[in-house]
Design a protein around this ligand. Structure first.
Ligand code: HEC
Length: 145
């Protein structure tokens, strides 16, 4: 009898733990409507092509970028870019060419350790417009100079 109770506990603990994982949601990225953003070519840019946009265009880039970030990156990198420690705080990325280079590397390659996917390859799910709008939004909340 006692033994069974112990097992019940174990099952409950396992159920709670897997619920915790499920609560983070599926890792499948959400598609982003980028039809209102300046069009980019198929080739990957080497620097953020949206960085110097001004006025309404910039506003639209930031609007899409913030929402795309919250849908696709926030569950690991934190809401509003404030990392809870699961993944790096992206407000710390350099806002210049060096940051762009590292950003491109990561969104193209994701992060795999010992065969486990820590971050999916984002370029397989999001287009260049979506990813640069996210980058532009991240620069706008950056903690770097
Ligand atoms: C499933 C979790 C997950 C999701 C979703 C995710 N990432 Fe990541 N990301 C990580 C982890 C973990 C690392 C750290 C990898 C390492 O250092 O090995 C990382 C690293 C990065 C880095 C490098 C940061 C640094 O300081 O080294 C960038 C840039 C990045 N992610 C961008 C993004 C963007 C943009 C999105 C959304 C389009 C995204 N990530 C979605 C888990 C995730």
């Amino acid at each position: 009898m006692k033994f069974n109770l112990g097992r019940g506990y174990l099952a409950a603990i396992i159920a709670i733990c897997s619920f915790g994982i499920a609560a983070h949601g599926p890792v499948t990225p959400q598609s982003v409507d980028t039809s209102t953003l300046p069009k980019l070519s198929e080739e990957w840019e080497e620097t953020n092509p949206y960085r110097d946009e001004q006025g309404d265009t910039r506003k639209e880039i930031l609007r899409i970028g913030a929402s795309a970030y919250n849908q696709n990156c926030a569950r690991c990198h934190g809401l509003e870019g404030i990392s809870g420690g699961i993944a790096p705080d992206l407000r710390q990325l350099a806002t210049d060419y060096d940051g762009d280079e590292w950003y491109i590397y990561r969104v193209q390659n994701g992060a795999v350790r010992n065969g486990a996917v820590y971050m999916p390859k984002m370029t397989e799910h999001l287009n260049q417009e979506a990813l640069w709008s996210i980058r532009t939004w991240l620069e706008s909340v950056s903690e770097k100079e």
